[in-house]
Write a protein that binds this ligand. Structure first.
Ligand SMILES: NC(=O)C1=CN([C@@H]2O[C@H](COP(=O)(O)OP(=O)(O)OC[C@H]3O[C@@H](n4cnc5c(N)ncnc54)[C@H](OP(=O)(O)O)[C@@H]3O)[C@@H](O)[C@H]2O)C=CC1
Ligand SMILES: O=C(O)[C@@H]1CCC=N1
Length: 272
């Protein structure tokens, strides 16, 4: 079984580690380097994985190095590990928003075995979705290895062009936050109409769950499901017309375009 070194042990690393352990990856073959002692101790206590004293300690002899630090610290982390990574040549997986292959080549040199991946926080409960992009130079065995690591937390989707990883980030990486915002807004609106907060919350959250489960299982797609809820001249039509008149679709498109653009900015600010 491959030894996987996590650089950074925050929210996404915890989700991926939890998924790997649940899928039967041996805890002794997972290492984490995390500077916040409480986070590192909790990962060791919860999953029995190995705490590394430093990033260098974590990657030494590892088959896979998974970068799970914020985009803004990726340059520092890579430059610190450059010599060791070029000696050991592990498979590198980055889940950082925006950070490109060109960024990594600038910091680590060329001829890398590097995969970019964009998971999302439902990974924590095994319900994530991950977009994956591989440098064309990465061989089939490395692609399969990366996909098997990321499949621990949900389905994976291969993306053919690196430039589209910013769109993946904007749609599914950040996407859970958009649905949470809609839930928040609907709960507040229900309360404004006189429902108690607990009742509004239970109604909204279970509606979201039911709608998502139907949409995932329905080949006809969400537009047809929406039409089936919408009785002529009924309550849903009144609400949908209000959403449309308020520019809901355009606002969604603008928000996702802005998130995509932000991914490009992160790459440029990181130095590539
Ligand atoms: N959150 C999300 O929904 C998603 C996030 N991502 C990407 O995943 C990456 C991690 O995000 P997330 O888990 O949310 O962030 P977190 O801040 O929760 O985790 C990153 C961890 O790395 C630690 N860290 C900081 N510097 C170093 C260092 N030099 N060496 C090792 N560890 C370090 C941080 O410590 P400290 O707090 O002290 O800085 C922190 O605990 C980001 O690049 C993000 O773009 C991808 C998909 C979804
Ligand atoms: O907000 C962010 O930048 C990260 C990437 C996708 C989700 N969270």
């Amino acid at each position: 079984m491959s030894t996987i070194a996590f650089i950074g042990g925050g929210n996404m690393a915890r989700s991926l580690i939890g998924g790997l352990i649940t899928r039967g990856h041996p805890a002794g073959a997972i290492r984490v380097a995390e500077p916040v002692p409480t986070l590192q101790d909790a990962l060791v206590a919860d999953f029995g994985i190995v705490a590394a004293d430093s990033n260098l300690d974590a990657i030494t002899g590892a088959d896979v190095v998974l970068f799970a630090v914020k985009p803004q610290v990726m340059a520092t982390v890579c430059l610190e590990l450059r010599a060791a990574l070029s000696a050991g040549r592990p498979l590198l997986i980055s889940i950082a928003a925006g950070i490109s292959l060109a960024n990594f080549e600038q910091w680590l040199g060329t001829d890398l075995r590097l995969i970019r991946a964009m998971p999302n926080t439902p990974a924590l409960i095994g319900a994530g979705i991950t977009g994956i992009y591989a440098d064309p130079a990465v061989d089939a065995d490395d692609r399969a290895l990366a996909a098997s690591v990321l499949a621990a937390v949900g389905p994976t989707v291969w993306i053919e062009q690196e430039a589209l990883m910013d769109a993946v980030t904007a749609v599914s990486g950040s996407g859970p936050a958009y649905f949470f915002l809609l839930m928040e807004s609907m709960i507040a609106a229900g309360v404004a109409q006189g429902l108690s907060e607990p009742a509004a919350r239970e109604l909204v959250l279970n509606t979201a769950l039911g709608a998502a489960r139907m949409a995932v299982n329905e080949p006809l797609g969400p537009a047809e499901l929406r039409r089936r809820v919408t009785s002529p001249n009924g309550t849903t039509q009144a609400a949908i017309e209000t959403f449309e008149a308020g520019g809901f679709r355009e606002l969604t498109a603008r928000a996702i375009a802005r998130a995509t653009e932000r991914g490009r900015e992160l790459s440029q600010q990181a130095g590539g």
